[in-house]
Design a protein around this ligand. Structure first.
Ligand code: IPM
Ligand code: MG
Length: 370
């Protein structure tokens, strides 16, 4: 199989982790006989410095002409003071909109080898297998107006939470389709006791549920969901929610696996190409030190192999290699624990690559997403 992949390393540790993930893709190509070609594009603060915009048109074109996109991370204190339209995060939001990436899938699974890396008790997190489906192109992130002004001599500000019903329907429907092939349960998270948008969200969830009699739907208020996520995360299968709630809850969910450095994500559209990125940020404080955890990006590549290319065996080869490397005691600093082998970013990548090239594909520990 031949595939063109756009790589957008972005800022901070984005460059280091995407380099590692590209190495892993090359190892997969070598072992399974695929040809992956990589083209690089700029996004984020680096793009602002070099080209005066956080998302150059060339990058949009590159992504649209690729079979899949891999993104590192954007942002850093260097760009904190620049005008808001030039903020590195704007590049990320714009690429999501340009590619119409309406759903962001964020799986959280339990790695027994990392049980002590989580601040939560082992019995609480054991066997957690949760898939967060976050709406990604609507809500507060994109609503207009979003601005400051002065009214009667007072400084005021407005952000707008806007959704078309159809935007809710498509992402909720996807959550049900995914749940059908997993645990058969959808938890729809909203704030229907306060927000009109959430009341519509709840109605849409009820409507969609009618077409999926085999899937159980429950509604949960977002404040309660935040509490339940750490109190009893095993109760969740697929969680679907709007953009802002999903942003907040998915960082919370990452704690269940032990580190933000472990969580991959896939952002999908109706037509493709899809975009894959770790859920962590650019971590400017550790940039260039070769200590970042590359596993979230490597696991994002596994999602790419599965969801964009339909290469299930190859996806499982990546996931089972990551699992094996962790079982063998290799740890980057964020998941370090006494008695384990502390390794750098590049050493971790080498371990995963070597395992891929040596092993026969073994049964994956990840669930099937679609
Ligand atoms: C994420 C990030 C982004 C978001 C930021 C960097 C704009 O936090 O992907 O979760 O809020 O969506
Ligand atoms: Mg976030």
């Amino acid at each position: 199989m031949k595939k063109r992949i756009a790589i957008l390393p972005g800022d901070g540790i984005g460059k280091e982790v995407t380099r590692g993930a590209v190495d892993v893709l090359q190892a997969i190509g070598e072992r399974f006989g695929h040809r992956f070609s990589f083209s690089y594009g700029k996004i984020g603060g680096g793009a602002v410095d070099e080209m005066g915009t956080p998302l150059p048109d060339e990058t949009i074109e590159l992504c649209k002409n690729s079979d899949a996109v891999l993104l590192g991370a954007v942002g850093g204190p260097k760009w904190d003071q620049i005008p808001v339209h030039l903020r590195p995060e704007r590049g990320l939001l714009k690429i999501r909109k340009e590619l119409d990436l309406y759903a962001n899938l964020r799986p959280t699974i339990y790695y027994s080898s990392l049980a002590d890396a989580s601040p939560l008790k082992k019995e609480v997190i054991e066997d957690v297998d949760l898939l967060m489906v976050r709406e990604l192109t609507g809500g507060l992130y994109f609503g207009k107006p979003s601005e400051r002004s002065t009214q009667d001599g007072r400084d005021v500000v407005v952000d707008t939470l806007f959704y078309q019903k159809e935007e809710m329907t498509r992402v909720i429907k996807l959550a049900f389709e995914l749940a059908k092939n997993r645990g058969g349960k959808v938890t729809s998270v909203d704030k229907a006791n306060v927000l009109e948008s959430s009341r519509m969200w709840r109605e849409v969830a009820e409507e969609v549920a009618k077409d999926f009699p085999e899937v159980t739907l429950e509604h949960m208020l977002v404040d309660n969901a935040a509490m339940q996520m750490v109190r009893n995360p095993k109760q969740f299968d697929v969680v679907v929610t709007e953009n802002m709630f999903g942003d907040i809850l998915s960082d919370e969910a990452s704690v269940l696996t032990g580190s933000l450095g472990m969580l991959p994500s896939a952002s999908i559209s109706e037509k493709g190409p899809y975009l894959y990125e770790p859920i962590h940020g650019s971590a400017p404080d550790i940039e260039g030190q070769n200590i970042a955890n590359p596993l979230a990006t490597i696991l994002s590549v596994a999602m790419m192999l599965r969801l964009s290319f339909g290469l299930e065996t190859e996806a499982q080869a990546v996931e089972s290699s990551v699992n094996e490397v962790l079982n063998n005691g290799y740890r980057t600093r964020d998941i370090a624990s006494p008695g384990k082998k502390l390794v750098s970013t590049t050493e971790m990548v080498e371990e995963v690559k070597a395992t891929i090239l040596e092993n026969e594909a073994t049964q994956s520990i990840m669930s099937c997403y679609v």
